[in-house]
Design a protein around this ligand. Structure first.
Ligand code: GUN
Ligand code: ZN
Length: 443
């Protein structure tokens, strides 16, 4: 077992990115180490490479954890998810605006209770780890207590999380509304307490243009610019009724994105969920401003919102940063493997474009890290990176075992994993140099 100093050694096949598979032949962007060794000191990767070349560097007293017949990857990154919506996943029958009213708002109201918030935060983080996800951009609720509970639980696990208090000062129930001033003050206090505390990062979180007055969006913009490394997260152009409502609320704005831009909310580290109904000039503006789009395919299918045009977004002539999001509770799976599989289907439907398996894994790891400006810390297996890893089992089910036995290439293996894999495929998850989840063995 690794020591409490987060010094450890893992042996097994690993994959990591050395380039962007959307701008080069995908295979050239991926490094595969067939029998690898990953050495970890104080939670960071100190060395990685071929086992034979590095075995002499294993410090005395450190046991090598061996994962034969597995595939080790950097931990997955979920760029858009709502922890308070864990209890409403799989709620029937509504599209976005009605779904929020009927299911989401009544549940989010319960997060005024710190005990309830803590219990759900704990369960949510366990689900992430069971699915190999080690970093996420997370919406809390309007209650500061919900943010405190979430960061406290994340801190206990040592996970690198981005999260923030939802801002809503209109078009929401009384018990879920703040005011522009209150939202500003509460967010500021939470930033002071949590931003860059250990591995925790803060995101200013105006829910979307419908639930914030122009005044509140201005306050959010002021907060976003109050430091140079804060995040901002919100929703953009997800649903046609939503877009029509935004037009009536902001008739003077030239587009949905312009509503956010005029409030100072568009720029590096701004993460926009969904972005389904986008025009070319919107993509151009996203490219010019270095913001990020979170593609949430299971959610978009579940709510019938539409199909994200991934290949338009990442068009090499003006590429936009894109990550994948589960968007729990509108999303239907915590698994980034399943999310990659659904992204493949949506890309085919949206524009007959074939998402390559290596591109999909990049979106869930190194690409997401780049999109979040965290690629010096997470998303790849390389010296100096934080040791967040997931260990995948290509034979997790009898079907997977049968199918992966036939795989002649890494691309084929990754494609089978993203098409058939889910939480069952995650054998172990390491965070900050420690094994925080180990799949129970079947009896
Ligand atoms: N738009 C505003 N709030 C939400 C939310 O909670 N989920 C989704 N999918 N879209 C939203
Ligand atoms: Zn969302």
């Amino acid at each position: 077992m690794p020591s409490s100093s987060r010094t450890a050694a893992l042996r097994g096949r690993f994959v990591t990115f050395t380039g962007n598979p959307f701008t080069m032949p995908p295979e050239d962007a991926l490094h595969v180490e067939e029998d690898g060794l990953i050495l970890i000191e104080n939670g960071k990767i100190s060395h990685c490479g071929a086992y034979d070349a590095l075995r002499a560097k294993v410090p005395e007293g450190v046991t090598v954890t061996h994962y034969p017949d597995s595939l080790i990857s950097a931990g997955f990154i979920d760029t858009h998810v709502h922890y308070p919506q864990l209890p409403v996943i799989a709620s029937w029958g509504e599209q976005l605006l009605e779904w929020l009213q009927q299911y989401v708002f009544p549940t989010e109201a319960k997060f005024s209770s710190p005990e309830f918030a803590q219990a759900i935060a704990r369960a949510f983080l366990q689900e992430l780890l069971r699915n190999g996800t080690t970093t996420a951009a997370v919406y809390c609720t309007v209650h500061p207590e919900s943010v405190t509970a979430f960061f406290q639980e994340s801190e206990k696990l040592g996970t690198r999380m981005i999260a923030g208090k939802v801002l809503m000062d209109r078009n929401a129930p009384d018990n879920l509304r703040d005011t522009a001033q209150q939202g500003f003050d509460e967010s500021q206090k939470l930033i002071e307490t949590w931003h860059n505390k250990g591995r925790q990062l803060y995101a200013i979180t105006p829910r979307f243009a419908i639930t914030s007055t122009p005044e509140q969006l201005e306050c959010a913009g002021a907060l976003f610019h109050s430091r140079d490394d804060l995040f901002m997260q919100t929703h953009l152009a997800e649903n046609e009724d939503e877009i029509a409502f935004v037009k009536t609320l902001f008739p003077e704005r030239s587009s949905y994105l312009d509503v956010y831009d005029k409030a100072g909310l568009v720029g590096p580290r701004a993460i926009f969920g969904h972005a389904i109904h986008m025009h070319e000039h919107d993509f151009q503006q996203c490219h010019d401003t270095h913001c990020t789009l979170a593609h949430c395919p299971t959610s978009n299918l579940f709510l019938g919102s539409g199909a994200f045009r991934l290949f338009d977004a990442v068009d090499p002539r003006r590429p936009v940063n894109v990550g994948l999001g589960t968007d729990i509770g509108a999303g239907t799976s915590f698994s980034l493997l399943s999310t990659m599989g659904e992204a493949y289907k949506v890309s085919l439907m949206a524009g007959k474009q074939r998402l390559h398996a290596i591109q999909a894994f990049w979106l869930a790891t190194a690409g997401a890290a780049q999109a979040l400006h965290l690629d010096d810390k997470i998303g790849t297996i390389a010296p100096g990176m934080e040791a967040d890893l997931c260990v995948l089992d290509p034979a997790a089910t009898s079907l997977l075992a049968l199918r992966t036995k036939e795989c002649a290439s890494m691309a084929d293996l990754l494609f089978v994993l993203m098409t058939l894999g889910d939480d069952r495929s995650v054998k172990a998850t390491w965070v900050d140099g420690r094994p925080v989840y180990v799949r129970p063995e079947a009896v």
